[in-house]
Write a protein that binds this ligand. Sequence first.
Ligand SMILES: [Zn+2]
Length: 263
Amino acid sequence: MSLIDIGVNLTNPSLLKNIDDVTLQAKSVGVIHQIITGTSIKNSQQALQIADSDPSYFSSTAGCHPHDAKDFQTSDEDLLLQLAKQKTVVAIGECGLDFNRNYSPKESQEKVFECQIEIAGKTNLPLFMHQRDAHQQFIEMLSEYKDQYKSGVIHCFTGDKKQLKDCLDLGLSIGITGWVCDERRGSDLQDAIKYLPIDSMMVETDAPYLMPRNIKPKLKSRTNVPANLPWVVNKIADILGLEPEFIAKQTTENTRRFFALSK
Ligand SMILES: [Zn+2]
């Protein structure tokens, strides 16, 4: 199986401290490429630095997570634009709206998201997006700016069938994490992915978060790693009654096309 993990938080200290092992382990189970998530200017610079250490294996995103929106300065717009021009940066984000915890006020989340949609348009890069408890507002904003960006993926989609339809109607792609493996809170998503066209699907671990709960035997470590990606793919295949290899092949093709990865 050859897989691409579209969302790895490799700058997180729990992964960074073992980055060589984490990478070797991922490669050994068929993870052939990883896209490192950037969540703030500083963090995106760090993600780029890691990606540049092996651009044939890593890419990165550059953006400002809704949690960090309150700290986004006007001057950061230029910095983000600079980052976006780097060869290894393949998307703008992680950006979007998170009204679940409101770590940043709604108004600043909207303003910073809007700014990143514009940058994605200017640089012709796809959007790598996060949405939590903000579905309506999120869809409205993306509809309003529909002509300004080329494409977008909602990473770690956790919604239901209706929310999925709204996203697909906007032409968005959908990132599936280990949330789908969660027998408690993943049931809406497990139902929704039956309505997700395979060519709009990508897979990710969101490591070190969201450890897939179907891993057997249970791992001692509570740190999720990109090497656990096959468990997400197995679960999707199981729900859809398809072969994991088929899901792997399709999602890898989708990912290469969507992020314009070479090879
Ligand atoms: Zn996220």
